[in-house]
Structures are given as structure tokens and as C-alpha cells.
Design a protein around this ligand. Sequence first.
Ligand SMILES: [Ca+2]
Ligand SMILES: [Ca+2]
Ligand SMILES: [Ca+2]
Length: 248
Amino acid sequence: MSWVKPAADAILAAGESLMVEVNASDPDGTIANVKLYLDNKFVRQENYAPYQWGAAGQNDPLLNDLSAGSHTLKAVATDDDGAATTITRSFTVTGDYLTIPGIIEAEDYREGGEAVAYHDTTSGNTGGAYRSDDVDIQKTGDTTGTYNVGWVAAGEWLTYAVKVEKSGSYTIRFRVASQMTSNKTLHLELDGKDITGPVSFNTQGKGWQVYQTEEISGVQLEAGVHILKLVMDTAAFNINYMEFIFGD
Ligand SMILES: [Ca+2]
Ligand SMILES: [Ca+2]
Ligand SMILES: [Ca+2]
């Protein structure tokens, strides 16, 4: 038996619903059922594959509106001989999220480490400021925003737990700088879906701390708690913050 969802050490935002799936098979017979527990409370017994809970059309209230903190899932598979196998998986629910409309500082990405909260290609914080994981942060030369993320490599990303207060169309302003004269590109994903397409800009090589605002509009956002992902598609620019403004 093995976990399909959630990912190991997954981090969710408070209020999010959890979807759970396990693979279960019995080499010398069949699986009779799989029982799921959340923090040792019985969620539901699933008798047929795919072994899922909290999926569309399923009524698993224990998996909704999760409280902030650490939680443990336990799945118990019983085969046709009555033999039981148990697996567990821990995940964290964060009560902290950033609000949209509003300003999201690039440096205020989620807790959770490499490959979960962010992806950074170099070990340690090259800028040495504000936080002490692998994301590279320095004091910014911009007029507001205090810090910026820098030393960007292509393919690096940062995630943010956000709460969108109202559904609709948004304008997004990216505050960026670069000493390079080449085009730079980033994009945003919400819950794993690309919501902006490539956002390209050129700072004309003005300097690492000479910031400009790159604005896009018509980005549709749904109210609720989401995971926002900022993806750096090209290297060598600095980002101070993103401002989300309701309307076009
Ligand atoms: Ca780094
Ligand atoms: Ca980096
Ligand atoms: Ca900032």
C-alpha cells in the first residue's frame, strides 16, 4: 500500500479541503476495504479502487476546513484473509496567508523548504538577508518593499498561500529590476494552473536595484484560499513584490 495524495510533508492553507488517495493491492488475494483516519478519527471506509476520500462528489466533512497545525493521516487496508496493513502520512496546515487584493512581497513565500515551498538551485541564501533557507534574498534598493529576491536562476519558483477575497478580473504589477539587457520572463500559477502565460519584460540594463513596474491585466481569480506559484522562466533579475489590484 502507498500514498498517492497528499504529497509527503504537504502544506495546505487553513480552510482548504484535502484530497486523499492510496494505492492498495494484495499479492495473494484481494483488498476487502481501506479505512482512512485523520488524527485517529475515522473518516470513511472505501471498498473499491480507486481508494479516494475528499474527491468530487464524496462527502468527507472531516477533510474540509482543516485547522492550522500538524496532522496525520492513517490508512488501514484489510485483505480478504483479514490481514491488515497500515501506512501513515503527515501534513501541515498553515494558518498564515497573504490577502488578494494587496501586495505580496516576493520574500514572503511559504514555509516548507525546497521542492515544497520553493525551488532554488543554490544551497543557502546568497544575499544573506531576512530568511535562512535556500532562497536568495537581499535588502532592496527600491523605495518600498524592504527586501527583494535575487540571484534568480531559470526554473526557480516560490509559492505563497493566498486568500482571494473576491472573484473577478485582476491587474497584477510585478516590481522587477535587472542589469541585463536581455528579455526576462516569469509567470504565475494558481493551484497548479498557469493563470498569466509568459510575462516578459526588459529593464534595458538599468541596474540590479533600478526597479520598474511590469503590469498585466485581465487575470481571473476565484475567491478562496489558493497556492500561488511565481515561476522564474529566465535567469538574472530581481523581484521585490507583486501587487494585485481588483479590476482591469
Ligand atoms: Ca540559494
Ligand atoms: Ca536562486
Ligand atoms: Ca519585497
